[in-house]
Design a protein around this ligand. Sequence first.
Ligand SMILES: Nc1ncnc2c1ncn2[C@@H]1O[C@H](COP(=O)(O)OP(=O)(O)OP(=O)(O)O)[C@@H](O)[C@H]1O
Length: 253
Amino acid sequence: MNRFIECVNVGKIYPGKTGQVEALRGINFLCDEGSFVCLLGRSGCGKSTLLQLLAGLERPSSGQIAVAGRELDGPSPDAAIVFQDHGLFPWMTVQKNVEFNMKARGVAAGERRERARGFIEMTGLTGFGDRYPHELSGGMRQRVGIARALTTNPKALLMDEPFGALDAQTRGRLQDELLQIWEKQRTTVLFVTHSIDEALLLADRILVFTPRPGKIAADVRVDLPRPRTQQSAEFTALARELRGLIGAERDFD
Ligand SMILES: Nc1ncnc2c1ncn2[C@@H]1O[C@H](COP(=O)(O)OP(=O)(O)OP(=O)(O)O)[C@@H](O)[C@H]1O
């Protein structure tokens, strides 16, 4: 496997009105191409900050980050980010939203339309291309965000709690769909979540974060067979281990 993401001693300090905030300190990890890694931890331990750094949207205060063998010095051409609030443009139709990243990269109109149609189909949105975001459910909006991210063929999909605001049933369905896309495209996925169960259903590997400043407290391999179920003894045992690592009395969904 190729080493795809390299973080060496990465730290991030934000300036603040009431003093600096040290969001991350001493982050070291390597990630293989094609793996599914969850970043798990309580609110405020720097998970979103790390995704922003990996996308090249923020610069680290210390240390180095390389994606696909290239040290980042601006927005990464190899990574696409999917936000919790999906970040759709309310004045654009689904079709136009999905085309947006390609348009920004100068892809010709005909090809844009064709590719967007393919990803709209892949994410189960066929027939909704002419709708506006306010006409869609939360789950559908999140699918549009995923479709838009996939259109530029990113080598890495950086997902910041994409399913956090959805009801349990929709969340479960989107988790399954994401795994299908991941298995088909073999995109490297970094996925932020608060949920131990979500991390165990999805990831090959879970990085457990602790807060103030954010650090990686544990790096846990998940070798459970797929498709996974919360009902197995192995799942329950790993969930207990993770709860212990986070210091949570129970799941903190
Ligand atoms: N742009 C910013 N300016 C100043 N401080 C920030 C900024 N972004 C994040 N922080 C601070 O950095 C710390 C880490 O925030 P971050 O959003 O990365 O954590 P998180 O683990 O993703 O939290 P959550 O799960 O609630 O999204 C927090 O203390 C936060 O207040």
